[in-house]
Structures are given as structure tokens and as C-alpha cells.
Design a protein around this ligand. Structure first.
Ligand SMILES: [Zn+2]
Length: 55
């Protein structure tokens, strides 16, 4: 097991995350059908937690 940047090369092939149409990030999970970043597909509101830093 290699942690860090070199192991990112093994992430090729199956893709679970595609670009989210709401936030534009590549955080939309195809199988779960929801965005990990903004919660698109999960809720109509933006996914938000109070431990997230406002900026
Ligand atoms: Zn999103």
C-alpha cells in the first residue's frame, strides 16, 4: 500500500465520481446518485455542515 500522490495512478479505470451539474466539481457519485460536495441528488438544498469553514 502506498499512500499519497503516487497511489493516485491506480485510481484509473472505474469512475464513480463525475462532474456535478450544480457545483461543477467532480464530486457527483454515479452509483449513490448524489454529490459529495453540495449534496445534489440528496437534497434540494446545498449540503452544509457547521464544521465547514465559511469563506
Ligand atoms: Zn455538487
Amino acid at each position: 500500500m502506498v499512500k499519497g500522490t503516487p497511489s493516485m495512478g491506480k485510481k484509473s479505470g472505474k469512475k464513480n465520481m463525475i462532474r456535478c451539474r450544480r457545483c461543477g466539481k467532480r464530486t457527483y457519485h454515479i452509483r449513490k446518485k448524489k454529490c459529495a460536495s453540495c449534496g445534489y441528488g440528496e437534497s434540494s438544498r446545498l449540503r452544509k455542515y457547521n464544521w465547514q469553514k465559511k469563506k
